[in-house]
Design a protein around this ligand. Sequence first.
Ligand code: DX5
Ligand code: ZN
Length: 228
Amino acid sequence: MTFDRRLRIAPSILSADFADFGREIRATEDQGADWVHVDVMDGHFVPNLTFGPPAVKAFRRHVTTFMDVHLMIAPVDPFIEAYAEAGADMITVHVEAGPHIHRTLQAIRATGRMAGVALNPGTPAEAVEHVLDLCDMVLVMSVNPGFGGQKFIHSQIAKIERLRAMIGDRPIHIQVDGGVDPDTAPLVVRAGADVLVAGSAVFRGGSADTPEVYGRNMRAIREAVAAA
Ligand code: DX5
Ligand code: ZN
């Protein structure tokens, strides 16, 4: 069975209404989201603070597609079990979050969840070369992590190309996260990405009361990729 590299859009709920996550999650999925991207931040590894395991467990009740949990926390090992228990389908950890990424990825796999590894803009693709066979996904940060609505960092396109070459035909997704919109999406897909995280580009101008705006924003990304 060939690996499914079809384009997937994963809205980041960091850009959603923080007083209405259940409706926001259901609205994006109703409007065509493939995954739900949950940005976990600890105020230490990144200068922002978001969701603990109880919040993620609550989100899980509303997610019917795939809950893609992005852990921007350090140390990360003590929390893997808790986010797996909370219902994450994919747990992505930063290679920069600790000294033992090989063991961390083994720990995620031991929970039965899919394992992702994330690279900050300053980290070379080679940093994950020796753990690719423990990964279901590599996340390339195209902004410095911590906030939505930042400007896409174009130097990351060469890293995506490098990763695509390193991965070859192994069943490993490449996810790009940060500043993805109809202008940048074609660039990263052409470079080899198949999962696009988008926060501000999906949620901007809409609300859970006007979910058709989310659908329009996601279609604009898909159409831009298809037209490129
Ligand atoms: C940033 C997060 C991203 C962010 C994306 O640290 O990991 O997922 O929410 O937001 P946009 O798409 O607005 O850059
Ligand atoms: Zn993210």
